[in-house]
Design a binder for this molecule. Structure first.
Ligand code: PMP
Length: 349
C-alpha cells in the first residue's frame, strides 16, 4: 500500500512534471532537474534514518534478491566464513544464494524446528570467529516474525535485510555494517533497491564481479553507473517527503505499534482466529492468522474482498490469511479489518 496523497501527486504531475511539459520518466537521469530529485531522496532517507556520514546510500536495481548475491560477492571471498540466522522463507533464500558464492555458510541459529514462529535466543547464537559478516532478516515478511533485539555480532559487520521493515520505526544505523531493502513495501514502487553500507566495507568486491553489482563502482558514480530506475527513485522521494510530514520515524513507529496491537489483541481475544508466532517475536508489519476452521478461509476472503478489505490471502507457501500493515495503512484500515473479523465470527463462529 502506498500513501494516497503520494499516489495523487504522482498522478497529477505524471504528464507535466514541475512545468516541464514532460513526465519525470521522460527527462534524462543526468539532467539537473533529475539530479535534484535524486539528491533530495537521498538526503531525506539519510535524515529520517539518521544515516551517519561514513555510510554510502546506494539506489540500485535487482531487488533484495540481487543483494542476496551481491552481499557475499562484495563482503566475502570464496574461502571466507559467513554467519546467517535462519528465521524463515527470506533468510532461507539468502542462505541458499550465499552458498553459491562462499565456501562456508554457517547457520548460526535455525528456527525451522519451531515452524519459523520464533527468533533465536540471543545468548545462543553459534557465531563463527572471524566471520566476514553476520546476516539476518529483522522482519520475515511471510512468517510475520520480527526480531525484538539486535543480534550482537561484536566486531563482525551486521548485515540486515530490512525489505519489509525499513522506515517502520527509528533504528540506530551505526549498529549495522550494511542494511538493504527492496523498495516495494515502505519506500515506493518495485524496481528500486536501497543499500546503506559502511564505507570501510566497500572496495573489496571480488575480481570479475559485474560492475553494476560492485558497491564501490556504484558509489563512485552516485548510483548512476547505468540508468537508474528514475520513476521509482522519484516516487521514493515523494514517499519520504510524506513520511517526514507524518512526523518522521518516531511518529510512524508509534502508529505502527498501535496498529499491530489492535489487530493482535483482537486475534488473541477471539478464540476463533489465531496467530502462531511467539508473542515477543510478532511482526508489526505482517500479521499472519488462521481461522479455527480452515474450511471457512474461502468465504472469509470472499466476504472481506466484498467489504473492500483486499490482499488478505496468506503467502502461497503457507496459506491462511496475512494482513500487511505497512506505513501507508491507516489506523482506520486496521479498525475496519477488526470490525469485519468480529462480524464474520458472529456469523460463522
Ligand atoms: N527479503 C524480504 C524480507 C522480502 O520481503 C522480500 C520480498 N517480499 C525479498 C527479500 C525479495 O525481494 P525482491 O522481490 O525485491 O527481490
Amino acid at each position: 500500500m502506498l500513501p494516497a496523497p503520494v499516489l495523487e501527486q504522482a498522478r497529477d504531475e505524471l504528464s507535466d512534471w514541475r512545468g516541464s511539459g514532460m513526465s519525470v520518466m521522460e527527462i534524462s537521469h543526468r539532467s539537473k532537474a533529475f539530479m535534484a530529485v535524486a539528491e533530495e531522496a537521498e538526503a531525506l532517507l539519510r535524515e529520517l534514518l539518521g544515516v551517519p556520514a561514513n555510510y554510502k546510500v546506494l539506489f540500485l536495481q535487482g531487488g533484495a534478491t540481487g543483494q542476496f548475491a551481491a552481499i557475499p560477492l562484495n563482503l566475502a571471498s570464496l574461502d571466507s566464513t559467513v554467519d546467517y540466522l535462519n528465521t524463515g522463507a527470506w533468510s532461507k533464500k539468502a542462505i541458499g544464494e550465499a552458498r553459491r558464492h562462499v565456501g562456508t555458510v554457517n547457520v548460526a541459529a535455525d528456527e525451522a524446528p519451531s515452524g519459523y514462529t520464533t527468533v533465536p535466543d540471543p545468548q545462543r547464537l553459534q557465531l563463527s570467529a572471524g566471520a566476514a559478516y553476520l546476516h539476518y532478516t529483522p522482519n520475515e515478511t511471510i512468517g510475520g516474525v520480527e526480531f525484538p533485539y539486535l543480534p550482537a555480532s561484536g566486531a563482525v559487520p551486521l548485515v540486515a535485510d530490512m525489505s519489509s521493515t525499513i522506515l517502520s520505526r527509528p533504528i540506530d544505523v551505526a549498529k549495522f555494517g550494511l542494511i538493504y531493502a527492496g523498495a516495494q513495501k515502505n519506500l515506493g514502487p518495485a524496481g528500486l533497491t536501497v543499500v546503506i553500507v559502511r564505507e570501510d566495507l566497500i572496495g573489496k568486491a571480488r575480481p570479475g564481479i559485474p560492475s553494476v553489482w560492485d558497491y564501490k563502482a556504484m558509489a563512485d558514480e552516485g548510483s548512476m553507473l547505468n540508468t537508474p530506475p528514475t520513476f521509482a527513485w522519484y516516487f521514493a522521494g515523494l514517499v519520504l517527503r510524506w513520511l517526514k510530514a507524518q512526523g518522521g520515524l518516531a511518529a510512524i513507529g508509534a502508529r505502527n505499534q498501535a496498529k499491530a496491537q489492535l489487530l493482535y489483541g483482537a486475534i488473541d481475544a477471539s478464540g476463533f482466529y489465531s496467530n502462531p508466532v511467539a508473542k515477543p517475536a510478532r511482526s508489526w508489519m505482517n500479521v499472519p492468522f488462521t481461522l479455527r476452521d480452515p474450511a471457512l478461509d474461502k468465504s472469509f476472503l470472499t466476504a472481506a474482498q466484498a467489504a473492500g478489505l483486499t490482499n488478505l490471502a496468506g503467502h502461497r507457501s503457507v496459506g491462511g490469511m496475512r494482513a500487511s500493515l505497512y506505513n501507508a495503512m491507516p489506523h482506520e484500515g486496521v479498525a475496519a479489518l477488526v470490525a469485519f473479523m468480529q462480524d464474520f465470527q458472529r456469523r460463522h463462529g
